[in-house]
Design a binder for this molecule. Structure first.
Ligand code: SF4
Length: 449
């Protein structure tokens, strides 16, 4: 059995993902629309062993013939194989070889996250060990230029993980999931969530990831019930803040008892006008396309959306929104979820050289409901997304299968293919987000004041 760069990428995204990709029950897989698009790029999993061997031979021949540039190459031996976008021969300065091949990855983003760093390390490892080509860096080529990435700090980790990667791929060893934020767009999200729920896994507790789970396990705190009842003093020597532990324990208790826990009361500003605002941007087209707002005044509600059809329409959109806010005759409070909205406003105002004072005023009148929930209210849910919170409060989106990620697909359908129906759905999703904010705010007011 061969370990490929595809396996390495999966393992460092999530070891469970590697295991399930080969041994997971197909009928439990629920491919997210976003992944469906992206997985087309990862076809090397589909190559047969024979095809791989033939491609590796082709690259070896090109290396023997000292070809200067080898595009879309495959390198490897009987145990490991990796695709490399480009191998380029350069004069060696720090090795005994006269020249070496340097691997290059073509990427849209120059930033190397860990899975890519280790994938690059894997390639340099194969080149150094099996091709007499000592190289300790790789290059990411993006539209902003070339970035050299040194692999020294990753090599020992890769080498010590290779036996486990082999066992997971071969099925010799299985593994249990760590259910974290990253699971939300994974094709195994429902399957892993059910597995984690069956075992009352610690990672279901909001804020507990792999690292904290390891610390808790070392103290025999192995599931949610044991966390809920643990004596906090047994963790006093650990690098875990008391306030974090207290939060995790309350979260565990709330999950066990299936009820909300109020941590502390707070006073709320009163205002005749309330705005519930949700902003959506398209990161891969690099512009903000909608500012949605539910306005509530004297018990009446109205939804308003400010749209940008293209990057060119973005300035008109933010100016229209700022004019709308300025035109409000009475003081308002603007509610949003997380720090994204104020950041969007600041970015847009700076981008178009508009007066910053307008954003300052908005910020002074804004309340982040996410912060309030995190600080004051514990709910029996696994993550504090607006969707999870509002669903728990009984609010349902008109299109329950749409989420933030699918709304990006809808936006693309409209922007790239002029699909009006997708736009309607995306706006309807945005208006439901704004209404969900209103539900969350009403709950907060009722519970905390
Ligand atoms: S759902 Fe989460 S734990 Fe499961 S395979 Fe995906 S990323 Fe890993």
């Amino acid at each position: 059995m061969l370990i490929t760069n595809y396996d390495i990428r999966l393992f460092y995204k999530c070891p469970m993902l590697l295991y399930l990709s080969y041994h997971g029950p197909e009928n439990e897989m629920s491919v997210h629309p976003i992944l469906k698009t992206r997985r087309r790029d990862s076809q090397n999993k589909e190559l047969t062993f024979k095809q791989l061997v033939s491609r590796i031979k082709g690259t070896s021949l090109a290396i023997d013939n000292e070809k200067h540039i080898i595009n879309q190459s495959w390198i490897g031996n009987k145990s490991y194989a990796s695709k490399v976008d480009k191998l380029e021969k350069i004069e060696a300065t720090s090795t005994s070889n006269a020249s070496i091949y340097v691997p290059t990855f073509f990427r849209s983003n120059p930033r190397a996250r860990k899975p890519l760093m280790i994938e690059g390390t894997f390639v340099t490892y194969i080149l150094s060990e099996f091709y007499d080509n000592p190289v300790d860096y790789f290059v990411i080529r993006s539209k902003t230029g070339d970035t050299e990435c040194n692999v020294e700090n990753y090599l020992s980790e890769l080498i010590s993980d290779l036996p486990l990667i082999y066992k997971l791929k071969s099925g010799e060893q299985s593994i249990s999931p760590n259910y974290t934020r990253g699971c939300r767009v994974c094709e195994w999200r429902y399957y892993c969530r059910n597995l984690a729920a069956d075992t009352l896994d610690l990672t279901l507790v909001s804020g507990i990831g792999k690292r904290v789970k390891k610390v808790l396990f070392a103290h025999d705190i192995t599931d949610i019930p044991s966390l809920a009842t643990a004596d906090p003093s047994i963790l006093k020597d650990e690098d875990l803040l008391t306030k974090d532990l207290e939060y995790f324990q309350l979260q565990a208790k709330s999950l066990m008892e299936k009820k909300a826990i109020i941590r502390k009361k707070m006073s709320f500003p009163t205002s005749k006008i309330e705005l519930f605002v949700d902003v959506e941007g398209s990161s891969h087209h690099d512009f903000v396309w909608i500012i949605g707002c539910v306005i509530r005044k004297n018990g009446d509600t109205e939804y308003k959306s400010f749209l940008a059809n293209s990057p060119k329409g973005e300035k008109v959109m933010i100016v229209a929104f700022l004019d709308f806010i300025t035109s409000l005759e009475e003081e308002y409070v603007l509610y949003h979820w997380s720090a994204a909205e104020p950041q969007y406003f600041t970015n847009l105002v700076d981008k178009y050289n508009l007066p910053r004072s307008k954003v300052h005023k908005i910020k002074n009148h804004s309340i982040d409901l996410f912060d309030i929930f995190k600080e004051n209210i514990i709910l029996p849910i696994f993550t504090y997304t607006l969707k999870d919170v509002a669903n728990w409060l009984g609010f349902q989106w008109r299109e329950p299968l749409i989420d933030g990620a699918t709304s990006i697909i809808l936006f693309d359908n409209w922007y790239l293919r002029n699909d009006g129906k997708s736009l309607e759905k995306a706006i309807s999703y945005n208006s439901d987000d704004c209404k969900a904010l209103m539900v969350a705010k009403d709950y907060v007011l009722k519970s905390l004041s």
